[in-house]
Design a binder for this molecule. Structure first.
Ligand code: 8YV
Length: 314
């Protein structure tokens, strides 16, 4: 008998073929009648396949008495009720490391695109506006300070790239790191007031919800920028939109939003904002590596081997 997996999303064709060979996957996201599917398979399912930003909550997991593993496609596990998993002894795996470079590249891409107004410049040329004179001047990166909220693997990869562009790095995170030379601000608001660009790179989830609040945004200088490649939930989105619309901050590069795929309408009208549809890890190479890691974790679990990339509960 093949182990049965409740799938809240699919994988790429190469890994779907591997799954089909060894497992019976039930695509809840494609089910016409989700309730009927759940009733049918709940008693047999031993794993859930999900993404960090999808909801895998207690209500769902409560219905799966044999659940052993939640395998996440993505580094973020904020959609999973981790307290519940810990209490029930359900293992969780994610896909760290393989996506670090891509997410950091996008963070720098958004930084450059926003500060140098690359997207606005592209629109300017296409609209034929160049014939009427030059585009207004933009902002230099070199010599500026980037304040990184969350200095994990991705935060550090962004820091290295930003340094290569001549930027200075400071950071804020819950705990000090003895092997890090960059200055740490214990207070986020203070850091926000001191930097030219606030880079949001911390995990999502209850611990960071609304961390970049009205006060933090209010502390930022009118000439400073905001980039978010983490989760929309980390920023008070209405307060951010207000600050951008009123020009209280200079601009923002945003890959993630509070209610994806919905983006606050006022952002669409702002030339100072660059918007991307949650594509931090969205390259062929990285998505292939992420999907393979999901399958490899499932394989390890069902072979009785340790998970390759287990989530370490606090
Ligand atoms: C998503 C991400 O998993 O890794 C994460 O936490 O947010 C992304 O890589 C990806 O968009 C799949 O939905």
């Amino acid at each position: 008998m093949k182990p049965e997996i409740l799938m809240l999303r699919g994988l790429l064709p190469r890994q779907t073929a591997q799954l089909d060979e060894r497992y019976a996957g039930h695509r809840l996201d494609l089910a016409e009648d989700r309730e009927a599917m759940l009733r049918e398979v709940a008693g047999r399912v031993t794993s859930i396949l999900t993404s960090g930003e999808l909801t895998c909550d207690a209500a769902l997991m409560d219905r799966l008495p044999k659940l052993e593993l939640v395998a996440c496609f993505g580094v973020g596990v904020d959609g999973v009720d981790l307290d519940y998993c810990k209490a029930r002894g359900i293992a969780v795996s994610n896909t760290p490391d393989v996506l670090t470079d891509d997410v950091a590249d996008l963070a720098m891409g958004l930084t450059i695109a926003t500060m140098r107004r690359i997207v606005a410049a592209d629109r300017f040329v296409r609209a034929g506006a160049w014939q009427n004179g030059p585009l207004p001047l933009s902002t230099r990166l070199a010599g500026k300070t980037m304040g990184i909220l969350g200095l994990g693997r991705i935060g550090k990869a962004i820091a290295r790239r930003a340094e290569a562009h001549g930027m200075s790095i400071v950071w804020h995170g819950r705990s000090a790191q003895s092997d890090v030379a960059w200055h740490r601000y214990p207070d986020l608001e203070e850091m926000a007031g001191a930097v030219d660009l606030l880079m949001v790179a911390c995990p999502g989830g209850p611990a960071t919800r609304g961390l970049v609040n009205r006060a933090v945004l209010g502390a930022m200088k009118p000439k400073s920028f905001l980039v978010n490649i983490s989760r929309g939930s980390v920023i008070d989105e209405p307060a951010m939109v207000e600050a951008l619309v009123e020009g209280r901050i200079a601009g923002a590069g945003l890959d993630v939003f509070a209610d994806e795929p919905n983006v606050p309408a006022p952002l669409n009208d702002l030339e100072t904002v660059v918007l991307t549809p949650h594509i931090g890890s969205a390259t062929e190479e990285t998505r292939d590596a992420m999907a393979q890691l999901v399958v490899d974790n499932l394989d390890a679990h069902y072979a009785g081997r340790p998970l390759l990339t287990p989530w370490r509960f606090a």
